[in-house]
Write a protein that binds this ligand. Structure first.
Ligand code: MTE
Ligand code: MO
Length: 229
């Protein structure tokens, strides 16, 4: 695995707990409870619990991970359900309208992000519940997170609680108070689609906030663990 890193990225050894500052202090109430609601432009909403999730075909996938702020980690070993298989299962039960094309992922911490359905059907896109052979911890998105390695980290929503299928963008907004330029509709790492309306290399400036963000997220996790000990 010595292929060059994508444009503007640099390598770090260990995956930190990371995200937008507003979500540093928010955690799932019960990270062991797998419960995903499926809704949007569908005929019927459905709920996926652990039993339903575990009945779907499982896949392993090794991938690098690239945060939009320019850090990357290599060779993460995820396992879970391929999004395409999940979609086939839920589409059968919830019957989305034929023209859905946008999927919105909601985390229990209030974070949300969207990707085109077409991008999510790629074979390397997973709903992952394990990382490097162990159940996903709260730092990396328990109970289940999206893993879409061709897209920047911010599309890889953690603590999944709700997935919506929509015909258009009307029902979606990047979480307040973050400006929409921070959210590219596809955010493909290979094309440096870091944000919308600005060349990707300009947003390499995000690099400046990495150290503070890592410390902020680490301390918030430590306090959370102390409170729940
Ligand atoms: N629910 C939720 N998902 C999220 C975030 C978040 O704050 N909350 N941050 C995103 C960002 S910006 C990144 S880089 C990755 C970080 O994943 P990690 O904490 O496992 O390293 O999660 C993404 N998914
Ligand atoms: Mo990120």
């Amino acid at each position: 695995m010595t292929s060059p890193l994508p444009p503007g990225q640099f390598l770090i050894k260990r995956m930190p707990r990371f995200g937008l500052g507003r979500f540093a202090r928010r955690f799932p109430a019960d990270p062991s409870r797998l419960w995903i609601e499926v809704g949007g432009d569908v005929e019927a909403s459905v709920q996926i619990d652990r039993t339903a999730f575990e009945a779907m075909p499982r896949t392993d996938h090794v991938a690098d991970f690239h945060c939009v702020t320019t850090w990357s980690v290599r060779g993460l070993r995820w396992s879970g359900v391929r999004f395409a298989d999940f979609f086939e299962h839920v589409a059968g039960r919830s019957r989305p309208t034929d023209d859905v094309r946008l999927v919105v992922f909601h985390g229990e911490d209030g974070y949300r992000c969207s990707l085109p359905l077409e991008d999510l059907l790629a074979a390397d896109v997973l709903l992952a519940d394990t990382l490097d052979g162990a159940p996903l911890g709260i730092e990396h998105g328990a109970p289940v997170r999206l893993v879409a390695p061709a897209h920047y980290g911010y599309k890889n929503v953690k603590h999944l609680r709700r997935i919506e299928f929509w015909r258009d963008e009307r029902h979606y907004r990047f979480p307040f108070p973050y400006p929409s330029f921070m959210d590219h509709p596809r955010a493909r790492v290979a094309f440096e689609e870091r944000g919308r309306g600005l060349p990707g290399w300009v947003l390499r400036l995000y690099r400046l906030i990495i150290p503070l963000t890592i410390v902020n997220f680490r301390m918030a996790l430590r306090r959370h663990r102390a409170r729940n000990a």
